[in-house]
Design a protein around this ligand. Structure first.
Ligand code: C5P
Length: 311
């Protein structure tokens, strides 16, 4: 039996533009994904077997768990006993379930010693959910299509940040519908999104032309979110935005000192359990984390990680 302990990290959207509604009902996006240090823990025990069995124990009840679905879709035989310790708040725009699913897609082939081509992993990931492919890549990345077509962007500094998950549920489907209704005519031109991707490497966060189109429809419905954004700005966040379709908000800070004093003040205002101090996780750090936790020998730099004996 082989066991591994995996940290399955969350994401935020540094930028999110919703484009046109497509014939299949989904919307095309332009987004910038970013991994952050807030993470669930997955303990996986693997034993060879003729058939695939997955047993999952979790600290919280999750219906339609993507961990099991990912293993089924990958369809590599073996017995997998998994314990999930959830820390990433669910359903708030932080991609926790998607991250768990991608962790399975990365870990199973490695544990079993089987080669799965990257393009197949990306295809399976996008069948599991729009945010899943991003977690095969990590770091900072531009996402097109449903967020499933990904292009790596250069690493940005590992800025300290704060994530706030108010106890407000936003329906993603309704938020998309509201954007369609709110918008008259074609979606705006992409120039500021494009400029942002150029500026991430060279300009300080306060100068980034970031936005999240969902704020236009979600803030009027939940004014508390707008007021939290205002607080983040007052406390010195260079970028203060909603992530995904909400209700999570995040702020990026220039240094730990200003982030930490913002955390103290926000906890007083909003309660301890909804405020998470985090930092941005670069692609380099994401890949080192994966190599460490799978105990990959340092001379194997291929990505995704592969066992030396993989066939
Ligand atoms: O990705 P998720 O399953 O949370 O999406 C819920 C709903 O949001 C979809 O059924 C669809 O109506 C809408 N959606 C969309 N365009 C996307 C992603 C989701 O219209 N890119």
């Amino acid at each position: 039996m082989t066991t591994v302990r995996l940290r399955s990290v969350a994401k935020i959207n540094l930028d999110l533009r919703v484009l046109e509604r497509r014939a299949d009902g989904y919307h095309n996006l332009r987004t910038v994904f970013q991994t952050i240090s807030l993470a669930d823990t997955l303990d996986i025990a693997y034993a060879p077997a003729r058939r695939l069995t997955v047993e999952l124990q979790s600290t919280v009840e999750i219906t339609g768990n993507l961990i099991e679905k990912a293993a089924q879709l990958l369809a590599i035989p073996g017995r997998f006993n998994i314990r999930l310790h959830k820390r990433i708040p669910m359903g708030g725009g932080l991609g926790g379930g998607s991250s768990n699913a991608a962790a399975m897609l990365l870990a199973i082939p490695f544990l079993v010693g089987k080669q799965v081509p990257l393009r197949k992993l990306i295809d399976l990931a996008s069948q599991l959910g729009s945010d899943v492919p991003f977690f095969l890549l990590g770091g900072t990345a531009a996402g097109l299509d449903r967020g499933t077509e990904l292009y790596p962007l250069p690493d940005i500094p590992r800025l300290p940040a704060v994530v706030i998950t108010p106890k407000i549920h936003v329906s993603t489907a309704e938020a998309y519908r509201a954007i369609d209704e709110h918008r008259s005519g074609a979606p705006p031109a992409p120039t500021s999104h494009e400029a942002l991707t150029w500026m991430l490497e060279t300009a300080p966060p306060a100068a980034w032309p970031c936005c999240n189109d969902f704020e236009t429809v979600v803030f009027p419905q939940f004014p508390q979110l707008k007021s939290i954004q205002g607080k983040l700005q007052k406390l010195g966040a260079g970028v203060a935005l909603m992530s995904g379709s909400g209700s999570t908000l995040f702020g990026l800070f220039a240094n730990r000192k200003s982030r930490d004093s913002a955390v103290v003040s926000l906890r007083k205002d909003l309660g301890k359990e909804v405020i998470f101090p985090v930092s941005l996780v670069s692609r380099g750090a994401y890949r080192s984390l994966w190599r460490r936790q799978l105990r990959v020998s340092p001379d194997l730099t291929i990505w995704p990680p592969q066992s030396r004996y993989a066939q």
